[in-house]
Design a protein around this ligand. Structure first.
Ligand SMILES: *[C@@H]1O[C@H](CO)[C@@H](O)[C@H](O)[C@H]1NC(C)=O
Ligand SMILES: *[C@@H]1O[C@H](CO)[C@@H](O)[C@H](O)[C@H]1NC(C)=O
Length: 335
């Protein structure tokens, strides 16, 4: 997202949210694609409300008791695959997550979440409609195995960080050389809704993407998906620096996503809406921007200590890569 670099230049007519969420848990759970599975096929980092579980239904905004996000009425869950380093000796270690730039200090890992508008600096004169209770969606697909397939997902990117503020160039696959400041993964969701379904069998076809790369504004929503929703996006910053010296000179990218993907073509993300009551709609109808939306203007917010305090128990007990492990959770060991 480019908001950070240009936010000083623009005067939005409608709200834009950018906020941090600390890590809720790192586990093999996926109530969206594999409801009920204990464990799910691959490892995720999950942020947001503490109602998160192997299966979830109903109005999540009424189910949480705390959230790891800045806005204390946001019990949504946001998750992505996690990143591992594969050592030349065949073992794996999970890459730690670091907090983003321009967020309050002390956030434990997590990700940065955006809810923005159709256009870079306005709502495009289209009302932004909040998601209905129970809404969920997925963007990207772990079964994508080609660069052309990855490029077709315009909102899914990798950035080789020089420092935490680096935003370009955006890549459709993993960087092929060590990145001095780490690697950022970016996930933009589609923002045009069919107006009827809170979900669909593939968790994608009830939504349609008109977003484009870089600084361009999104195109209009098509007749099949006429309702403009907030543009949801995640940024996750992976602190790869401790592994850079172990990258064999001239060797292939040693980082892999948790479903075994060292190209990054299958990068994907999951969203489960859980804002309490009409809080997200009130924010979208407001003209606040970023942290100016906090402290009841119009959204209730909390400090970093309260965000970090919210966690859930481990349901799936396994080493998720804090130590060197022979195989990533759910994956077969390297031969
Ligand atoms: C998660 O789901 C399990 C099984 O359905 C249930 O026993 C448990 O109480 C749930 N945990 C939370 C925190 O809701
Ligand atoms: C692989 O390398 C790591 C990092 O040097 C080391 O800690 C670990 O013991 C090694 N594992 C094996 C099986 O050689």
């Amino acid at each position: 997202m480019k908001w950070l670099a240009l936010s000083a230049l623009i005067a939005p007519s409608q709200a834009a949210l950018r906020f941090g969420c600390s890590t809720l848990t790192i586990q093999r759970l996926d109530p969206l694609v594999e409801p009920g599975a204990l464990p799910s096929a691959h490892l995720h980092q999950i942020v947001g409300g503490d109602a998160f579980n192997a299966s979830m239904s109903g109005d999540i905004g009424e189910q949480g008791t705390c959230t790891t996000c800045t806005f204390s009425e946001d019990f949504s869950n946001y998750w992505t695959a996690v990143m591992f380093f594969k050592h030349p000796n065949g073992t794996y270690k999970r890459v730690p997550i670091m907090q983003n730039t321009a967020l309050p200090n002390g956030i434990n890992g997590g990700m940065t979440v955006y809810y923005t508008q159709q256009d870079f600096n306005s709502n495009g004169n289209v009302k932004i409609t909040s998601f209905p209770p129970g809404f969920r969606m997925v963007v990207g697909n772990p079964t994508t195995t080609s660069l052309s397939g990855s490029r077709a997902n315009v909102g899914l990117k990798f950035v080789c960080l020089e420092n935490k503020g680096t935003r370009f160039p955006e890549l459709s696959d993993f960087p092929t050389k060590p990145c001095r400041g780490g690697i950022m993964t970016v996930h933009h969701f589609p923002a045009c809704w069919d107006g009827k379904n809170a979900d669909s069998p593939d968790h994608q076809s009830h939504m349609y993407n008109t977003g484009k790369e870089a600084f361009q504004n999104a195109g209009p929503c098509p007749a099949s998906h006429p309702v403009r929703m907030p543009q949801v996006a995640y940024e996750t910053l992976w602190d790869t620096t401790q592994f850079n010296s172990m990258w064999p000179s001239g060797g292939a990218n040693p980082f892999t996503l948790s479903y075994t993907d060292s190209k990054g073509y299958g990068t994907h993300a999951d969203y489960l809406f859980g804002w309490k009551g009409d809080s997200l709609q009130r924010a979208m109808d407001h003209s606040c921007m970023f942290n100016a939306c906090e402290n009841g203007r119009p959204l209730k917010s909390q400090n970093v200590a309260a965000m970090n305090r919210c966690t859930i128990k481990k349901i799936v007990n396994e080493d998720t890569g804090d130590n060197w492990i022979k195989a990533m959770p759910g994956q077969t060991a390297a031969s």
